[in-house]
Design a protein around this ligand. Structure first.
Ligand code: ZN
Ligand code: ZN
Ligand code: FE
Length: 760
């Protein structure tokens, strides 16, 4: 028999409200260890006593067998004297004045709860709000800390005796499950007509299913907000939703009951299956099958279906009856997703034919997250529901910083200690509604994390609404302006837990440069403290400024003008352009009227998409680039790459895309298909990245390469570049925890401000 010892174990992370104490209780009781476990302001505190070997096995089990929603950010073990304890108990919480404990993200409904919901003998049979300690709403219902029922929107529902008994029983699956409820005592569904009038129907769920089957647009209240739903096999219904939402082409998200149903319209690899079924339940971009039964209007001109599995019990009950439902966020374009019942009815008026609602309030709206596999691992396009408010570990402790993010795809980031907390997706800061919703997010995060930032980081752009908000919020606190592409680099470094210098290949649409021009095709060398711009795409005029982002043909003409002067080659796409408009545009370019200089690779993608005849106008950001990538079929990759010129000017590597444009025009004239043209363009960029990185490593020594910016959502380009760089011996840093696009920018801003403060 080995000696009896005692240890105190302090655990920080997401350990409250996720079944951690019952889990510890079970681990200790199974091993006949003695002591206590309790929640306190820092997390969970365990006193454990027993034979040395068994205590070690217990500690290992705590680390490796965590409940599904829990995650440990720090574990500290100290020796304490053994006092001959007997029994193991969950002791009273000790909640002090400060709360370091973290709130868990919203979770999908677990398989135990699902089984109960579909079991006619269970008291929660077909109850759409079933949940347990391991699953259910969290972040979206928390009004304040500590995470306890009275401080959630479940405070509206006093528990019935049966629920209360489960809640208080350490042996129950629902011990301290704050949203615990049943049909007796919990939230209920209701049904309203297009005018928002409550209708007394026997079964709101059945009524909604009936309406959806009849082709109606239903607004459905979910976990973090409203969805607009239609039957995805009903072409008329899908078209109707497009018309009413003024959304011409942007793909709609789909939800389907299970993997076997999804496999009828999309292919699912093993890794994609893992991503679809993960606790976060993101929307996953899956390759469309040719013989699918869904409406072509779900995702026109797209080879992918953005698909998710149900994540609430209500979704399961609904989806049982359908092949798939379109489930798009319940908003008018550009507005935040609706999440309050009355607000939803106002804002979705004219879009929704009926409403399936419930009376559990949503405190914080969270959109669905979007992910895709890239280079063999998931990458996030949007990090929101399921991931927020989980922290990203920073390379070191830093002063608390608030970073207000970018203008588009805005998220904010608050740092505390060595953790950075990136908010839910807030949206494009184009109107007051979104700005207000951003300010609310700041306030809510500061409350949840109980932290008052000492610094406020914002984008260098003087006119961004986020920059104005930073000024408003500052209240005498120092402001740190961060250059957009430096923030992308830092975001990628922090995402990978790095602080050391790296080459940043930062390709995106638009970002304000240190020289006052618009950047977006940048090669940087830098770390969290500082950066040097060592290379760039040659500046080109962007005729019409912002208008060019909506009309890719403008950039195509700008590049043609750079290649051929005023005598443009007769290309098919020019036939679609009004002659007068073309003439005017050429004048703007020549006289540099309303034509800011840009080095953006995003806009180069636009130009190439227009040249290749893919599209001259876009209805959503990134559309031209996405469709250009989609054109590439597996047999298009002939390994031909368009040439780009690389030249050193004033100590800066300058990339000139004009030779590429000329080659592309030759290909067009020779009738090379658009898919091949697209592949050759992508290949050219990948080779260029390698060449620049090789030249830079000669000058700066061996450095890792970070790929960041919205362009690196492009799978073909990223995987090509990654392969070439790895083969040449470069260490590669890709985004994994936060998106490469502007949705991950606030993390970089926060890391830079923190690092700068540390140096004084
Ligand atoms: Zn559950
Ligand atoms: Zn109940
Ligand atoms: Fe950007």
């Amino acid at each position: 028999m080995s000696a009896v010892i005692a240890k105190q174990i302090r655990i920080e992370g997401i350990v409250q409200g996720v079944g951690f104490r019952p889990f510890v209780y079970r681990m200790a009781s199974e091993r006949e260890l003695f002591g206590t476990v309790l929640n306190d302001s820092q997390g969970v505190l365990i006193d454990i006593e027993g034979e040395e070997e068994t205590v070690s096995a217990f500690i290992l089990a705590i680390k490796t067998e965590l409940p599904p929603l829990a995650s440990i950010s720090r574990m500290q073990i100290t020796d304490i004297p053994a006092v001959g304890k007997t029994g193991f108990a969950i002791a009273e919480s000790r909640l002090g004045s400060s709360h370091v404990a973290q709130i868990a993200p919203d979770s999908y409904v677990c398989s135990d709860c699902l089984r109960e919901m579909f079991d006619p003998a269970n008291r929660r049979y077909r109850y759409p709000f079933i949940n347990c300690t391991n699953c259910g709403p969290r972040y979206s219902i928390v009004t304040d800390i500590p995470y306890d029922r009275p401080l959630t929107t479940m405070a509206d529902f006093p528990m019935c005796p049966a629920c209360k008994e489960e809640y208080e029983d350490p042996a129950s699956r629902r011990f301290h499950a704050q949203p615990n409820a049943c049909a007796e005592c919990g939230p209920q569904l209701s049904f309203a007509d297009a005018a928002g009038q409550q209708l007394a129907v026997a079964d709101p769920l059945e009524e909604a299913i009936k309406r959806l089957k009849a082709g109606e647009v239903a607004a459905i209240k979910g976990l973090g907000g409203y969805h607009l739903a239609v039957d995805a096999t009903n072409d008329t219904a899908v078209k109707r939703l497009r018309q009413r939402k003024h959304r011409d082409e942007k793909p709609f998200a789909l939800m389907s009951f299970d993997l076997s149903k999804i496999r009828r319209f999309a292919t699912v690899s093993e890794l994609e299956e893992r991503l679809l079924t993960s606790v976060e339940r993101p929307i996953v971009l899956l390759r469309r099958r040719d013989d699918h039964p869904l409406s072509m209007n779900v995702a026109p001109k797209n080879k992918f279906f953005a698909t998710m599995l149900p994540y609430t019990p209500l979704h399961y009950l609904l989806l049982e009856q359908f092949e798939a439902l379109v489930m798009t966020s319940g908003n008018q374009s550009d507005e935040p997703i609706a999440f309050e019942n009355s607000d939803a009815q106002q804002r979705l008026e004219g879009i929704a034919d009926c409403y399936l609602q419930h009376n559990r309030r949503i405190h914080i709206r969270t959109d669905d997250s979007i992910a895709r596999l890239l280079d063999g691992e998931p990458v996030l396009y949007r990090r929101s529901r399921g991931y927020v408010p989980r922290g990203v570990k920073l390379p070191s402790e830093q002063l608390p910083v608030l970073a207000v993010g970018a203008e588009l795809k805005n998220t904010i980031c608050l740092s505390r200690g060595d953790q950075a907390y990136l908010s839910h997706h807030i949206g494009d800061l184009k109107n007051q509604q979104v700005v207000d919703s951003m300010k609310q997010a700041v306030e809510h995060f500061e409350g949840l994390l109980e932290v008052q930032p000492e610094l406020i980081a914002h984008d260098l752009h003087p006119d961004y609404l986020s920059t104005h908000v930073a000024g408003e919020l500052s209240n005498g606190r120092p402001l740190v302006a961060v250059q957009h592409h430096h923030a992308h680099l830092a975001s990628c470094l922090a995402d990978n837990g790095r602080t050391n210098k790296a080459i940043g290949v930062i390709f995106d649409g638009i970002g304000y440069g240190s020289d006052g021009h618009i950047w977006g095709g940048e090669f940087l060398v830098g770390d969290l403290h500082e950066f040097q711009r060592v290379g760039q795409f040659a500046y080109r005029p962007m005729p019409g400024g912002d208008a060019a982002t909506k009309e890719p043909w403008r950039m195509a003409v700008s590049y043609l003008h750079a290649a051929y002067g005023g005598q443009l080659p007769k290309l098919p796409f020019l036939q679609d352009i009004d002659e007068a408009a073309l003439k005017l545009l050429l004048q703007m370019i020549e006289k540099r009227l309303n034509s800011p200089l840009i080095s953006s690779v995003g806009r180069l993608f636009d130009a190439v998409a227009a040249l290749a005849g893919v599209r001259q106008h876009v209805s959503y950001e990134g559309q031209a680039a996405l469709e250009l990538e989609m054109l590439i079929e597996s047999d298009d990759s002939d390994e031909i790459a368009y040439p780009l010129d690389l030249e050193k000017k004033d100590g800066l590597l300058q990339v000139d895309a004009v030779p590429m444009v000329k080659q592309l025009v030759l290909d067009l004239e020779n009738g090379i298909p658009a898919g091949k043209i697209s592949a050759r363009f992508h290949n050219g960029l990948a080779w260029l990245i390698l060449e620049v990185c090789e030249q830079l490593s000669e000058a700066f020594g061996p450095l890792p390469v970070a790929l960041s910016g919205g362009v690196f959502q492009n799978r073909y380009l990223t995987e090509r570049a990654a392969k070439l760089l790895r083969e040449a011996g470069f260490e590669l840093l890709l985004h994994r925890q936060v998106p490469p696009n502007d949705g991950g920018l606030a993390l970089g801003q926060a890391a830079i401000a923190g690092a700068k403060a540390a140096r004084g």
